[in-house]
Design a protein around this ligand. Structure first.
Ligand SMILES: Cc1cc2nc3c(=O)[nH]c(=O)nc-3n(C[C@H](O)[C@H](O)[C@H](O)COP(=O)(O)OP(=O)(O)OC[C@H]3O[C@@H](n4cnc5c(N)ncnc54)[C@H](O)[C@@H]3O)c2cc1C
Length: 387
């Protein structure tokens, strides 16, 4: 494994950092975190700038509209954009980081041509309709049903925790196309559909989080008609396609945030020096420990990227190790932030407090910590299945 950068990669980094230094001062001020239409406009506007400058879909294959960059260049991109304080991927999260890569790897030529360019240009936003009230960790138990009616599926059921549903144009939707029976195990009758969010029969009811945001929603589907041509992969083969989606979600989707956490850690140390909390040796030790954690996570990221560069495949189970440790380290980071703020931790308007409340969801979203531990136990350590 080689973790050093080549001259070409250094040149790529320098070019990108010059572009960021020129472009970021031109951006409008970021919207209020609770203003979802404003956030959509801001996030897609940033995506358009990336597209115009040749940085959109950097690591996507060229025939999917991407730049065909290596995973290492993508890592450099994430590192430099975070370091420079560029906007977060935001509402484009699902489209760019897992629905898009899934369509690029599993979709037909027509599907790639239809759905990928608008994601890259920041014109269309995607959401993820996987979880249901009784199918989260046990995703294969999902009940949302799809019947064939000519060249359409008719979809009825409900989804929950659908992030960005309020502002999305498309949904990567899992449906049951064959009921579970003695001969059909539950993960064999599932299909992966691209559902237009403006189709009749869809009701989106926003849910308010602890941090006051309506970033996700319940979604009710009442005989929604989705063309059969919107199915990615074969009918009933959606579980395999889903595994591709989840490996992107856990493998690469949170990587840029490690750099952001390292930036916040630096801010905590500066604030502690200013307000006198730095004299507390216990707090200093905590910050030191976190610094080591995030350094290790960054090394793990490089290791995972180096592995996928060597194998040319989708991110492996190393993504679960990353997701498990990252989500806990992030929670510890914002616990430390509350300690640095002291009584200021009661001010819910402070961005660290908003992020602290949001950080609680990280050990649940994209697969809970217990599920990641099961994956690590079974697939990396080779331990027997729990059940
Ligand atoms: C902020 C946020 C955003 C989200 N966004 C989306 C989205 O956009 N689209 C979407 O489809 N979903 C989304 N989700 C849903 C998320 O993927 C699920 O919440 C998650 O998979 C857990 O499922 P569950 O809530 O049904 O909990 P359950 O599966 O009911 O789990 C309850 C508890 O039991 C534990 N548990 C369950 N099974 C096992 C097991 N086999 N071994 C050990 N422990 C186990 C779990 O770890 C957990 O602690 C989001 C969730 C959050 C918090």
């Amino acid at each position: 494994m080689d973790l050093t950068y080549t001259a070409e990669e250094d040149e790529f980094r320098a070019r990108l950092s010059r572009w960021l230094a020129r472009t970021l001062p031109e951006l409008p001020p970021p919207p209020d975190p609770l203003d979802w239409p404003g956030r959509r406009a801001y996030d897609t506007g940033w995506q358009r700038r990336l597209y115009d400058a040749g940085y959109a879909g950097l690591h996507w294959p060229v025939d999917a509209g991407g730049q065909g960059a290596t995973p290492t260049q993508h890592l450099i991109f994430l590192e430099e954009t975070e370091k420079a304080g560029a906007p977060y991927v935001g509402a484009n999260f699902v489209g760019l980081l897992h629905a898009g890569p899934t369509i690029a790897s599993e979709g037909s030529a027509e599907q790639r041509a239809r759905w990928l360019p608008p994601v890259l240009r920041g014109e269309e936003v995607w959401c993820q309709g996987f979880s249901e009230p009784d199918a989260g960790s046990d995703l294969a138990s999902l009940c949302t049903r799809a019947w064939r009616d000519g060249d359409h599926y008719v979809v009825s059921g409900s989804k929950i925790w659908t992030s960005h549903a309020e502002v999305a144009d498309w949904c990567e939707l899992l449906v049951r196309t064959t009921p579970v029976s003695g001969s059909v195990p539950k993960h064999r009758g599932i299909s992966w559909l691209a559902m237009p969010m403006d189709a009749p029969g869809i009701t989106v009811r926003p849910l308010r989080t602890l941090a006051g945001s309506t970033e996700f929603a319940e979604m009710f589907l009442d005989e929604v008609r989705v063309p059969v041509s919107h199915r990615v992969g074969d009918e009933n083969d959606g579980w395999r396609v889903t595994m591709v989606t989840l490996s992107y979600e856990r493998g690469t989707a949170f990587v840029g945030e490690v750099v952001a956490c390292r930036r916040v850690l630096g801010e905590l140390a500066r604030e502690a020096r200013k307000n006198g909390r730095w004299d507390d040796a216990v707090l200093r030790r905590r910050l030191g420990h976190l610094s080591a954690e995030f350094a290790a996570l960054w090394r793990l990221t490089q290791w995972n990227v180096s592995e996928s560069q060597r194998t040319g495949g989708v991110p492996g189970v190393g993504g679960s190790v990353f997701k498990l440790h990252y989500s806990h380290a992030r929670q510890e980071l914002y616990e430390a932030a509350a300690d640095v703020l002291g009584p200021g931790a009661l001010d819910l308007g402070h961005p660290w407090n908003h992020d602290r409340l949001s950080s609680l969801s990280y050990t649940i979203a994209a697969g809970t910590s217990q599920i990641q531990q099961n994956i690590v136990a079974e697939r990396i350590l080779g331990l027997p299945k729990g059940r």
